[in-house]
Design a protein around this ligand. Sequence first.
Ligand code: SF4
Length: 334
Amino acid sequence: MWNKVYVEENLIETPRVKSILAKVKREPITLKSYDEIWGQSKKPYLHKRDSLNLFLAEKKGQLLKLAPDAYGQLGEPHYYFIHAYNCIYECQYCYLQGYFNTPDIVLFINHEEIISEMQKTLEENPDSRVWFHAGEFSDSLALTHLTGELELYHAFCRKNPRAIIELRTKSVNIKELILLEPLPNFIISFSLSPQKMGKLIDLKTPSTQSRLKTMDELNKLGFTLAAHFDPIIYQDQFKIQYEELLETMQSLHLTKALSYLSMGVVRFTKDVYREVERNYPDSPLHSTPMVKSFDNKVRYNHPMRMWMMNTVKELALKYGVQEPAIYFCMEEHA
Ligand code: SF4
């Protein structure tokens, strides 16, 4: 699947890089720093379909970022950690298409440094739980069979019950995950769209049905689960389709099992919106008008967003999600 594989020269002899290279079976090209090439010139997003390069690198600078308000459940600090840039999937609404200059993937391998930063942050917040979210710039599970870092983050959670790690994913690649013991503070969260909508816009991802099957498997093994209905997109059958999704989740005993269910209506920065229009001109994303909203993002108008979220919230309650588990993501107010 990789066109070229680049490795920073000081990492080439490290066991982690050797193990990844053995799995990708590609002769690496060495370079001093990944960003000598990565993102230096504009590579159109859709070129990822035919020519995706992989970079193995060390993350320098900020390893954790404070998440914006309303990113997670209120009252506790939320950070996200950066262990990869870009994703093998191709969701039409993905903000990465307007965020980086290139869709090429970077896997950062200095997980020990990221974890030591997490430990420091935990100690700086002695009175509360602290959340660490993965998956802001990539999918958290899709490449874990290559990267092998899950057990390090898991060990951090086991040692620090006050730390909560969220692995956000659309992947069903749980080979590495199920080797680990379930922990209450090691949360696997699945982004879900109704099956029909997912088929149109979540390109190259496992189907909603496969994701639900994987959630069922993890639930039976005792893993802590969460879900994101985000982005919620309007179309004629929107209510019926969410009802079907929640009904299936209930039949698998997933609605009651969720630690949380976040909901967010589709939204874009101006740059990403322009890219979406260019890359997916026929997408159902364009069938309902959007306006510039309170944070300069492009969204449906406020009454419509609130109506959509409240509609899905009522359905979630009807099918057994606990009210305190539901929150609205990246909105002005509920
Ligand atoms: S799974 Fe997430 S990161 Fe990957 S393309 Fe879809 S929205 Fe983007």
